[in-house]
Design a protein around this ligand. Structure first.
Ligand SMILES: NC(=O)c1ccc[n+]([C@@H]2O[C@H](COP(=O)([O-])OP(=O)(O)OC[C@H]3O[C@@H](n4cnc5c(N)ncnc54)[C@H](O)[C@@H]3O)[C@@H](O)[C@H]2O)c1
Length: 255
């Protein structure tokens, strides 16, 4: 899985490893040192999803291993907290390079391996990471919202193209999940926070959720586990929103 050392990625690696999968925590940063982390069981591999060669090398490594590739999870992502006027072209391109092109590249080069797994009778499942921001916008996240909308459209298109080959493609669209990305949103200089009383802001955000809480990475890992499993054999081409009911409300929060 990409972004395997991030907040959501770690929980997914740990969960899938516990379920018996051989898991690669592929990430540009070894922040979590998965190679040392006996608790995750995942093997850290260096990957920059924006580099075509880096993706090709990883798929080659998997191909030459004993196992097969039947689950691909694209969770690598970055969030730039700016309106478009304050977003430089470089930042815009970087958002799309990681969130969209990265998903494109890993899917493109994983597909031959997944097709092979499907041919051997495995349930082949690609799980992309969109966001509820790809449906409705948080203020000050323009490039991020646009990039996640692109991931949603790509997910549907791939599901149509590769369903006949036995490969399911879905996207998980989290709302507020308590990870370093969320903390940086609260601490950052975008509209989400900065300068104010962070704890009051966090409580205010919890309070506008029908469930009155954020999600946890483990909540996301539960959905990933289902989408990756044979129980989800008929689930494809869908955008699975996991947001504690937030986007079901007519009135959205005012931060
Ligand atoms: N946390 C949330 O509330 C939330 C909400 C909606 C969507 N999401 C999405 O879920 C996914 C995971 O988010 P998270 O909260 O765990 O974020 P995170 O910042 O904790 O983790 C993201 C990971 O992606 C990795 N990454 C960044 N650029 C990369 C690159 N070029 N190549 C490889 N890896 C790279 C980072 O090193 C990091 O480990 C992201 O796609 C994010 O947009 C998160």
């Amino acid at each position: 899985m990409t972004g395997g050392c991030g907040g959501i990625g770690r929980a997914i690696c740990e969960r899938l490893n516990n379920e018996g999968a051989t898991v690669y925590a592929a990430d540009v940063s070894e922040q979590g040192s998965f190679d040392k982390g006996a608790q995750s069981g995942a093997q850290y591999v260096a990957l920059d999803v924006t580099s075509e060669q880096s993706v090709i090398d990883l798929m080659e490594q998997i191909k030459n291993s004993d196992g097969r590739l039947d689950i691909l999870i694209n969770a690598a992502g970055i969030e730039i907290e700016k309106t478009i006027e304050h977003t430089s072209l470089e930042e815009w391109n970087r958002s799309f390079a990681v969130n969209v092109t990265g998903t494109f590249l890993t899917c493109k080069y994983a597909l031959p391996l997944m097709r092979e797994a499907a041919t051997q009778g495995a349930s082949a499942s690609i799980i992309n990471f969109g966001s509820y921001d790809g449906f409705i916008a948080d203020p000050g996240l323009a490039a991020y919202c646009a990039s996640k909308g692109a991931v949603h459209a790509l997910t549907r298109a791939m599901a149509c193209d590769h369903g006949p080959e036995g490969i399911r493609v879905n996207a998980i669209c989290p709302g507020y999940i308590d990870t370093p990305m969320l903390q940086s949103f609260f601490n950052g200089d975008g509209s989400g926070g900065g300068g104010g009383d962070i704890e009051s802001l966090q409580q205010a955000v919890r309070d506008v959720h029908p469930m009155r809480t954020y999600g946890t990475p483990a909540d996301v890992a539960n959905l990933v586990n289902w989408l990756a499993s044979d129980e989800a054999r008929y689930a494809s081409g869908q955008l699975w929103v996991l947001d504690g009911g937030l986007s079901a409300q007519v009135q959205q929060m005012k931060l």
